[in-house]
Design a protein around this ligand. Structure first.
Ligand SMILES: NC(=O)c1ccc[n+]([C@@H]2O[C@H](COP(=O)([O-])OP(=O)(O)OC[C@H]3O[C@@H](n4cnc5c(N)ncnc54)[C@H](O)[C@@H]3O)[C@@H](O)[C@H]2O)c1
Length: 379
């Protein structure tokens, strides 16, 4: 490793920690062309920020993201903030010539996502929408099986993303309940992931028909003084047609009592099927109509060997499983390599935009109680 590349992270909580960990680990496990330097961290609360920077080894701090964008010692801006800040930060960072990683959902709406993509293209930077689940080895095997025609023509993509952290009506109101900050609730948070995986594995979605619900309309403020209105969906379900003819279903809810982070998907094809569950993320279920006639059934592939993907070779011997945090390490590795080679990386802002178009179409469909078409979009 010869040169260095300076990173700034904006947002210091959940994703701030996950991405920080990735910058620390990536150069130890992968032979990166550029060494990521944890140059600056940005958060609004000075005390929390200092502690975060010390814990994760960020060299300096800023309390306003505008300062990060102005600094000429920053090469990559990593946006780990609430959704309403993604567009202003990403656009300003791109205009300042910084490469940008932005958490999902890319934007608050399609218009913002388009502006972000335009700004990134105009600036010629490398950009990424942080759909980390694309970098799960089991799903890379799934993609390879699909690409190789092992499951034939795809008829169905059915996915659920279940969480249950809102079941208790006493759970306090947070930014995720505020449409002005989050854009949407379970939809942009959870459906965004499974929409991206649908596009990654199967292809573009052409039309949707959705329904949304807010079950608990008011929640207590965390200081115990009164209640605030919930303006984002607790659950959003939708049906989808894919351009290539498949029929899909998507369910995202924070009211799946007992389910903590249950992303399950099944892809059924004319010749076979695959199934995946994030809570068992090293495993992939695969069924082939042609293998082992007479003793047919799903086989369970332990995705810890390197035949179909190179991430896993950086880790442990076969059978020694990896975890959720590794998806972010893989993301950072790919991003830094792309920046070094001055090329694009998937998933980029175009993928973030396409996801956003599906999200927005579902909201429109739920409001109008009609199917909504999603027109093609040039890359
Ligand atoms: N890829 C994934 O698996 C995944 C998981 C969770 C969240 N996310 C996404 O990551 C983003 C952040 O979510 P989170 O769970 O980390 O939220 P969080 O509430 O844990 O952290 C949000 C952070 O953003 C900071 N912030 C908000 N506005 C800011 C501003 N104007 N300037 C500086 N800092 C600001 C907050 O202070 C906080 O540090 C969201 O877009 C979310 O959808 C992605």
């Amino acid at each position: 490793m010869s040169d260095e590349i300076n990173i700034a992270i904006i947002g210091t909580k959940f994703m701030g920690r996950a991405h920080s960990n990735a910058y620390i680990d990536a150069p130890y496990f992968f032979d990166l062309p550029l060494k990521p330097v944890r140059k600056a961290a940005c958060g609004r609360n000075q005390k929390d920020l200092k502690k975060f920077a010390k814990n994760f080894g960020w060299q300096s701090t800023e309390t306003e993201w505008q300062r990060i964008v102005e600094r000429d010692d920053i090469d990559i801006v990593d946006i780990c903030t609430a959704n309403d800040t993604h567009a202003p930060i990403a656009i300003a960072a791109a205009k300042a010539g910084k490469h940008v990683i932005c958490e999902k959902p890319l934007a608050m709406n399609t218009q913002e996502a388009k502006e972000m993509l335009n700004a990134a293209n105009l600036a010629g930077i490398t950009h990424m929408t942080a759909f980390n689940y694309r970098r799960i080895p089991a799903l890379l095997i799934a993609k390879k099986l699909i690409r190789d025609g092992k499951i034939g023509k795809i008829r169905h993509f059915n996915a659920v993303y279940y969480q249950d952290w809102l079941v208790d009506p006493g759970f306090p109101i947070v930014w995720r309940h505020n449409a002005k900050v989050a854009g949407s609730g379970a939809h942009g948070d959870l459906n965004a992931h499974i929409i991206d995986l649908a596009r990654f594995l199967v292809g573009e979605i052409s039309s949707v028909c959705g329904a949304q619900e807010i079950f608990i309309k008011e929640r207590p403020f965390s200081n115990g003084e009164g209640k605030g209105e919930v303006t984002t969906d607790d659950a959003t379900f939708f049906l989808a047609n894919f351009e290539e003819g498949a029929l899909g279903s998507f369910s995202a809810t924070r009211f799946a009592t007992g389910r903590k982070n249950c992303l399950r998907l099944e892809v059924f094809g004319s010749e076979g099927s695959i199934a995946f569950n994030l809570e068992r993320m090293n495993e992939l279920e695969y069924f082939s109509r042609h293998d082992d006639p007479g003793i047919q059934g799903f086989r369970n592939i332990l995705a810890t060997e390197g035949a179909y993907h190179d991430y896993i070779q950086a880790w442990w011997p076969p059978g020694h499983i990896i975890g959720w945090e590794h998806t972010f390490i893989h993301e950072v590795k790919d991003f830094i390599e792309a920046v070094d080679k001055k090329m694009g990386v998937q998933a980029d802002f175009y993928d973030g935009l396409r996801c956003q178009q599906v999200l927005d179409a579902v909201v429109k469909s739920a409001k109008t109680r009609q199917w909504v078409e999603i027109p093609p979009e040039e890359r």
